[in-house]
Design a protein around this ligand. Structure first.
Ligand SMILES: C[S@@+](CC[C@H](N)C(=O)[O-])C[C@H]1O[C@@H](n2cnc3c(N)ncnc32)[C@H](O)[C@@H]1O
Length: 280
């Protein structure tokens, strides 16, 4: 157990575990780079439980390792992978890093979806394999809910087969597979929302996250009394949305991303807060 010293100095006891763990999957929009900042904000609230309604690759919770957490994501395959991770996952991979293997694994994964068999250990293994081997670690589905990411063409991939180190870290955490509005909060929660970015690419799951959902999220947060932090790409309409709804806003530099046009200019990330240190 680790007590963050500056929080103790402020008279608050916020307990987090160490060491931080590396996320087991690659995940678009992963916030590992932002996790230390989120940790400071979480600890400053003195809240006992960290809630992530958009947990994705889980990089934030695995960095902070709070004593108590609720992790939610709408993606059922991600959810299944985490449920097996919590049970203590290990396997020996049947597939290697070549194109033929990849498409065989993708077909097996999609056949299981069509058969309604999505909660097996085999599906957790296939999900991990497709995530490491597919193009850019993307997780994209067609309108029938079938995984359609092409082969990634990586030279070398270090596959992991033993994930048992995650089991203890996740053992006390609640994991759910719901739309963010259905997540059950309670007093003493701090909520970190990391919705899909307000960009044209939002296909994490069968249902896209559209502008209406960005607005639905803000309305949802406004109805709650709990301290909340939201991150998103700082597009003009997102900045306006959070400003107009009375959130405290910070803009920070996100790590440089290389676009398909080779443009390396930095992108701004917005942190929008409510009820944190008396912020709005
Ligand atoms: C930007 S990612 C989160 C990344 C995460 N913070 C990390 O560090 O890896 C957004 C996540 O929201 C999930 N999502 C999309 N729509 C959702 C909804 N309506 N309710 C809950 N989760 C949703 C996606 O499946 C995706 O994993």
């Amino acid at each position: 157990m680790y007590f963050k010293q500056d929080m103790l100095d402020m008279g608050q006891v916020a307990e987090v575990m160490r060491p931080s763990l590396k996320p087991p999957l690659k995940w678009a929009g992963g916030k590992r780079w932002l996790a230390p900042r989120i940790e400071d904000i979480f600890l400053s609230t003195g809240c006992g439980r960290l809630v992530e309604p958009f947990a994705g690759g889980m990089s934030v919770t695995l960095h902070i390792r709070p004593k108590d957490a609720l992790l939610n994501d709408i993606n059922p395959h991600l959810y299944n992978f985490y449920i097996w991770l919590r049970r203590g996952l290990s396997f020996s991979l049947e597939y290697g890093n070549d194109e033929e293997n990849y498409y065989k694994a993708r077909e097996a994964f999609n056949n299981n979806i069509l058969d309604g068999n999505i909660d097996s250990k085999e599906m957790a293994m296939l999900f991990y394999y497709l995530n490491r081997t597919g193009f850019n670690g993307l997780c994209r589905f067609n309108s029938r809910g079938l995984f359609n990411v092409p082969f990634g063409k990586y030279k070398n991939i270090n596959y992991k087969e033993d994930f048992r180190e995650y089991s203890e870290a996740l053992s006390k955490f609640e994991i759910t597979n719901l739309d963010f509005e259905e997540v059950g909060y309670r007093d003493g929660d701090f909520i970190y929302y990391d919705p899909p970015y307000d960009t044209p690419f939002t296909s994490y799951s069968k249902e896209d996250f559209k502008w209406d959902d960005q607005v639905r999220l803000v309305e949802h947060i406004k109805r709650s009394e709990l301290p909340a932090l939201v991150s998103n790409q700082a597009t003009p309409r997102i900045i306006e949305l959070y400003q107009d709804n009375g959130f405290h806003i910070e803009l920070i530099d996100a790590p440089r991303r290389i676009s398909c046009t080779g443009d390396r200019s930095s992108v701004k990330e917005i942190l929008a807060m409510k009820g944190v240190h008396g912020k709005r």
